[in-house]
Design a protein around this ligand. Structure first.
Ligand SMILES: [Zn+2]
Length: 248
């Protein structure tokens, strides 16, 4: 079965841009009193490597390019942060075999290899400035709230720079509570939360694919509009969106 469309393929994105515009630009992190920290969300094999598991992109998916670009930009940014002595906090989604995470199928099971950082980022395990932590639920904030608050306040983080996957799921569920916690003055030094849009991506499941593999139409999750909507929601809550970070 195929979808009967009576509109151009890009009309949805055109409408989103027109009806719900975003303000994306450069963000300058060069202030003397700034201490940015980089957050990397779930750039693991099970979400990024083609055909690596139930929630990995499938060979031929055009969204693989966006995911590969995210990994490349994250690696570049992490090396810049490390060179400047700025701290990094990386989440790795991972689950026990007998503990499901509804509504998702089994993914990133410990020992499967899916839970490992993508090869490009494994150097973070040996990096003194990087903290790599497991996470067993969508929200990294929920998973590590106490440790995270202590770590950020100890580091004196003024700006949280966020990268990773998925823009509208784990990134949103990390950034929105972080914004609330900042506004509740749980981080005395935290000023701004910045999404680095070039290093964020989400998964792609078109309605055609849903129908081809007998998933309900409501499971559809086209990457480009869902990425955009994720950015819109975080932007609306007070996060900055930057496609360019000026570090020095
Ligand atoms: Zn998970």
């Amino acid at each position: 079965m195929t979808v009967n469309r009576n509109y151009a393929p890009n009309v949805l994105m055109d409408m989103l841009h027109q009806e719900m515009p975003l303000d994306i630009g450069s963000f300058d992190l060069r202030g003397h009193d700034m201490k940015p920290a980089l957050f990397i969300i779930d750039e693991v094999v099970g979400f990024c490597t083609p055909d690596a598991g139930n929630l990995a992109p499938v060979t031929g998916d055009p969204n693989i390019t966006a995911i590969q670009n995210m990994v490349k930009r994250t690696d570049e940014l992490a090396r810049q942060f490390t060179a400047k002595g700025y701290p990094i906090w990386a989440f790795r989604d991972q689950h026990l075999p007998d503990v499901p995470e509804p509504p998702y199928p089994p993914h990133c099971i410990i020992g499967s290899g899916e839970e490992l950082l993508v090869p490009e980022l494994r150097w973070l395990h040996e990096c003194d400035g990087a903290t790599v932590v497991p996470k067993r639920c969508i929200s990294g904030f929920v998973a590590h709230q106490n440790d995270l608050i202590s770590w950020m306040n100890y580091q004196g983080v003024t700006h949280a720079v966020v990268t990773g996957i998925c823009t509208d799921i784990c990134n949103t569920d990390f950034v929105n509570p972080l914004l609330s916690a900042r506004n509740a003055q749980m981080f005395p030094g935290l000023q701004e939360i910045v999404l680095y849009t070039e290093a964020c991506a989400t998964y792609n499941l078109t309605i055609d694919t849903c129908q081809a593999i007998n998933l309900p139409d409501t499971a559809s999750h086209p990457a480009e509009p869902m990425h955009y909507i994720g950015l819109k929601i975080m932007h609306g809550r007070g996060a900055h969106l930057a496609d360019d970070l000026i570090l020095a």
